[in-house]
Design a protein. Structure first.
Length: 474
């Protein structure tokens, strides 16, 4: 079972100058073929980078993209449609900014503190004059490992005004203040939780970042938090993932942050690599077994030991003689007493597959650089040039923003029907084939040749569609 050396895809590490490397060769122990390395040197390095990937005949590029390079790498990924990025640019959407995390959560109906994103500073001011306090104000776009440095609590309009006049954040990103017990970091591989811990604020403080003197522990992370993290990982189609969940004093978990870039002990990065090797080899390499709540036991070790542990390998539970003894351990979980090893069936490892269509195309979702492009309304009008951004547009009030940028079924149907040779039936075929409108729009943005998968859509028609789509977006 599994692929031979020759059949295995060619792997490459995606590195960027000045950026910490999440993976290296040591994580991919046992991979039989050479793993290439491609390094992005910033500043106009796009074309050279693309050429190098092509020259090295890389099939899979593995690595995290920092926020500041995210949009460039969306462009790069488009020019390398045959290359699979792990994680995909869509999965890494949340890495870019807090605004992106919020839009991702809105789309998938994931619980977050109520959030307000304003590009229009006047409207933000109106909001701040009438809203309830305290509020949290954050810088949306910033390497997030600053741990709370760009997160502020304001108790009144005056304080909010002063802060925003001083910081000049854009967009202006605010949240309701959630009184919380602690926040919880959950790490997942193939949608299975592999590590989780609490981060508690120092006495009398509200910031739970451990870098600011808080404490952490690994015990008894609640079921609703792990379940939420799994749901979020699935929504992101993430090979690996970390979620920061605010555990409210009301017992409600809400997502604060989620990303593929996070601090992880080397043994966790080994697991991720092993998982990727298993997935890409179609089962030739061993699927890592990462037992549920392993973190409660490993977490008893000193961090200095955890930092040096490598290639941890757990065997599966088997009800043998010693199993009788060790397998009886039960845990209070989700209001029940359960055998730990049974939870491994409930939280299984999924084999994440590549998706072919762009879910978060920059034309729509890069608000930061291209605010004025609002396809739902703007589809039929000329959209202002990107260089005019950031430029306040209409009210971007919180949740309603999502509705505004959505292209409706009617709009997309009108668009297709306007093309010679496409009638109602074909429009229906297209929409049914891709199942949802976002997917159709993604195909149009990324690779319209995929439309030939639909019955009745010929290459000729695709050419027409492509032309019309480009016209529309002009
Ligand atoms: N809406 C909120 N209500 C209460 N506390 C919050 C809220 N948002 C963030 N915090 C606190 O601030 C910390 C940092 O916020 P976070 O969004 O994670 O930004 P950072 O990128 O700085 O880590 C969180 O860990 C949490 O303790
Ligand atoms: Mg944080």
């Amino acid at each position: 079972m599994g692929l031979t050396n020759k059949q295995l895809p060619k792997l490459g590490f995606l590195y960027l100058d000045y950026v910490l490397r999440f993976f290296d060769h040591s994580n991919f122990k046992g991979w039989p073929n050479k793993i290439e390395t491609v390094t992005y040197h910033w500043k106009n390095d796009k074309e050279r980078f693309i050429k190098e990937v092509k020259r090295k005949k890389i099939d899979v590029l593995i690595g995290n993209i920092p926020a500041t390079a995210y949009e460039t790498f969306r462009e790069i990924a488009r020019e390398l449609p045959h290359v699979r990025f792990i994680p995909s640019m869509d999965t890494q959407f949340s890495n870019k900014s807090k605004e992106n995390v919020t839009r991702f959560a809105w789309k998938y109906d994931l619980p977050i503190p109520k959030t307000y994103v304003y590009y229009n500073h006047k409207n933000a001011d109106k909001f701040l004059q009438k809203c309830e306090y305290p509020k949290i104000i954050k810088k949306s776009y910033e390497p997030s490992n600053y741990g709370g440095y760009f997160v502020h609590k304001v108790d009144s309009y005056t304080e909010a005004r002063e802060l925003l006049d001083d910081k000049k954040y854009h967009p202006q990103y605010m949240q309701d203040f959630v009184p919380m017990e602690a926040d919880i970091r959950v790490m997942l591989i193939g949608h299975k939780p592999v590590c989780a811990f609490w981060r508690r604020a120092p006495e009398g403080e509200w910031l739970t970042n451990t870098s600011q003197g808080g404490s952490m522990d690994y015990m008894d992370v609640p079921k609703n938090v792990l379940d939420l993290a799994v749901k979020v990982s699935k929504a992101a189609n993430a090979e690996y993932w970390a979620c920061d969940v605010a555990y409210g004093i009301d017992g409600v978990p809400r997502i604060l942050e989620c990303a593929t870039a996070f601090a992880a002990f080397p043994y966790i990065r080994d697991w991720i690599a092993q998982y990727i090797m298993w997935s890409l080899s179609e089962g030739r390499f061993r699927k890592p077994h990462m037992p549920m709540f392993n973190w409660e036991e490993l977490g008893k070790m000193d961090a200095s030991i955890l930092r040096t542990l490598r290639h941890l390998h757990f065997g599966k539970f088997s009800p043998s003689y010693d199993g009788e003894y060790f397998g009886n351990k039960k845990k209070n979980y989700g209001g029940k007493k359960v055998h730990l090893h049974k939870l491994d069936k409930e939280y299984k490892i999924y084999d994440i597959k590549r998706r072919w269509h762009e879910e978060w195309p920059s034309e729509i979702y890069n608000y930061q650089d291209n605010l004025a492009l609002k396809p739902a309304k703007g589809m039929k009008t000329k959209s202002p040039k990107a260089k005019d951004a950031p430029h306040p547009t209409t009210d971007e009030t919180s949740e309603s923003a999502m509705d505004k940028i959505k292209i409706t079924k009617e709009e997309i149907s009108d668009f297709f029907s306007s093309i010679d040779g496409i009638g109602k039936k074909k429009v229906k075929n297209i929409i049914n084939h891709f199942e949802n409108i976002d997917e159709v729009v993604g195909v149009l943005h990324q690779n319209s040749s995929i439309l030939t998968e639909v019955t009745g859509i010929t290459k000729k028609l695709v050419a027409k569609i492509e032309k019309a789509w480009k016209e529309l977006l002009k």
